[in-house]
Design a protein around this ligand. Structure first.
Ligand code: SAH
Length: 227
């Protein structure tokens, strides 16, 4: 069973974008996952193909219309579709590796990309959209956020990453940031690879990496260590 992504967007040309290359691109070609980019504008009903309108209550910008979005969602995700429906949104729950793992273990995702000021609240409520944020900053649209989410998910799909072990040692997988990495040459601009890493003592190496990971996490992300 492959992971099926349907992305609702005003810019379908942005997909697969970066996900057409490298690991994700090869997995896409191999059929490990599929990607359908759906043009929201195709579900507009007036002759100008309008997808947005001015905000009720006034103010700047435009809001994406609930009726047009509902039609697009119902087309992408008919009754019986078990895939979660996500709305990329800075107001959403911040994306975590735990949620990424859950998504990767599921049948896929229907992902709505916002534009302008965002989307009419009623379609979020009526279609049970799960709002997902990729961080505390504002993008101009949900498309880069959807690409980020899919990149994180696709690399976890079976067979996508060559070395499966590397996925489990990654930052966040054990609640810590990852230890630093080194590779040849042995000396770079007067800087040596730490002795322990070339000692061949695997127990010592594991201890050193753990200690470095803890130190780094303490310095940079103490929030990850807090209970
Ligand atoms: N007015 C909104 C921001 C709209 S930005 C607010 O203040 O909350 C336009 C679109 O970009 C959003 O609808 C969303 O789909 C996307 N977007 C912006 N920042 C994002 C983020 N941090 N994570 C996920 N999606 C984001």
């Amino acid at each position: 069973m492959s992971f099926a992504a349907s992305v609702l967007t005003l810019y379908p040309e942005m997909f697969p974008g970066a996900l057409g290359l490298s690991l994700a691109g090869r997995a896409l070609e191999a059929g490990t996952w599929s990607l359908e980019a759906i043009q929201i504008r195709d579900f507009a009903t007036d002759k100008h193909r309008t997808v947005d309108d001015t905000p009720a209550g006034g103010g700047a910008g435009m809001v994406m219309r609930a009726d047009v979005l509902a039609k697009a969602i119902d087309h992408a995700s008919p009754p019986g579709d078990e895939r979660p429906r996500l709305l990329m949104s800075p107001r959403g729950k911040p994306l975590t590796q735990t949620r990424v793992r859950q998504l990767a273990a599921g049948p896929g995702a229907v992902i709505l990309c916002g534009r302008f000021e965002g989307v009419d609240q009623r379609v979020i409520d009526a279609r049970g959209l799960e709002e997902v944020s990729i961080g505390d900053f504002i993008l101009s649209g949900g498309e880069p956020a959807a690409l980020v989410l899919l990149d994180a998910v696709v690399r976890l799909l079976p067979g996508v990453m060559g070395n499966a072990v590397s996925g489990e040692e990654e930052s966040f997988e054990n609640g810590l940031l990852e230890h630093p990495h080194y590779t040849r040459p042995q000396e770079f601009e007067g800087r040596q690879i730490p002795d322990v890493l070339i000692s061949g003592n695997h127990k010592k190496i594991a201890e050193w990496r753990r200690a470095e990971a803890e130190k780094l996490t303490q310095e940079r992300r103490p929030d990850l260590l807090a209970p």
